[in-house]
Design a protein. Structure first.
Length: 243
């Protein structure tokens, strides 16, 4: 079971999640398999079962989302069935499947076919993390005694700047997760659609400005000699454009 095998699934936003220690994670590469062997929670048949399971998910017919092969494996063993002999179907795996967590181009969240709004969205944003190894965002939360990760398929940055603070005490940003950060005017940039962005969080993750704060900063936008500039806190700031 190679890392390339799982990488190809991740590119389709399919995430095979297996509990190792006290957290559900993606068992990537040789290191992930070694952790499975050393965890002590799985019998020797589980690893060949997992490889067969991943081979099955390689079929394009499988939907994006999170799959939990260990749960299905235990259910088959409990039923007295031989896991390596049972063909996986979407119907059989329905209890061990979690719908895709998705952010569209407009910044709207959904889980499967259900919109994510209000308190649930704020919970997800407060528990949003970035997996630097995979280059993906995930929501981390506790399920009974264990932690689960729900990876995020995003067509636009999940972080949004919902307000800007411009005053004598300095400049700042308010993000959609309820946190505040300093505004660094030199870090602002425009994309090809002239949407305004800036880096946030310690990792410098991209955040897109919502309509009102975007207008607040770009209302005095000027173009001179092919350069775009704005006035922020009495300073002239050039806005690079990234296509």
């Amino acid at each position: 079971m190679s890392g390339l095998q799982i990488d190809s699934l991740i590119r389709r936003w399919i995430f095979p999640m297996v509990r190792i220690d006290r957290e559900f994670v993606i068992p990537i590469g040789d290191g992930g398999i070694d952790r499975l062997r050393n965890d002590g929670s799985y019998d020797p048949l589980f690893i060949p079962f997992l490889k067969r399971f991943l081979d099955t998910l390689a079929d394009p017919a499988w939907a994006p989302g999170s799959y939990f092969p260990a749960g299905w494996y235990r259910a088959l063993r409990k039923s007295g069935l031989e896991p390596l002999q049972v063909q996986a179907t979407q119907e059989l795996l329905e209890p061990f499947f979690g719908g895709e967590l998705h952010v569209n181009r407009l910044g709207r969240w959904r889980l499967g076919n259900h919109p994510v709004q209000g308190r649930v969205l704020q919970f997800f944003l407060r528990n949003l993390f970035f997996d630097e190894e995979l280059g993906l965002y995930y929501v981390r939360y506790r399920v009974e005694r264990f932690f689960e990760r729900r990876y995020l398929h995003h067509e636009s940055p999940p972080y949004r700047v919902v307000a800007v603070e411009l005053g004598r005490r300095g400049t700042g940003l308010v993000l959609n997760d309820g946190t505040r950060e300093p505004l660094v005017p030199e870090s602002l940039w425009l994309d090809a659609a002239e949407e305004l962005h800036c880096p946030v969080k310690p990792q410098g993750l991209p955040a897109r400005f919502a309509g009102a704060p975007r207008w607040e900063l770009l209302k005095d936008l000027q173009e001179r000699d092919g350069r775009l500039t704005v006035q922020i806190a009495g300073r002239t700031i050039e806005l690079p454009q990234r296509l």
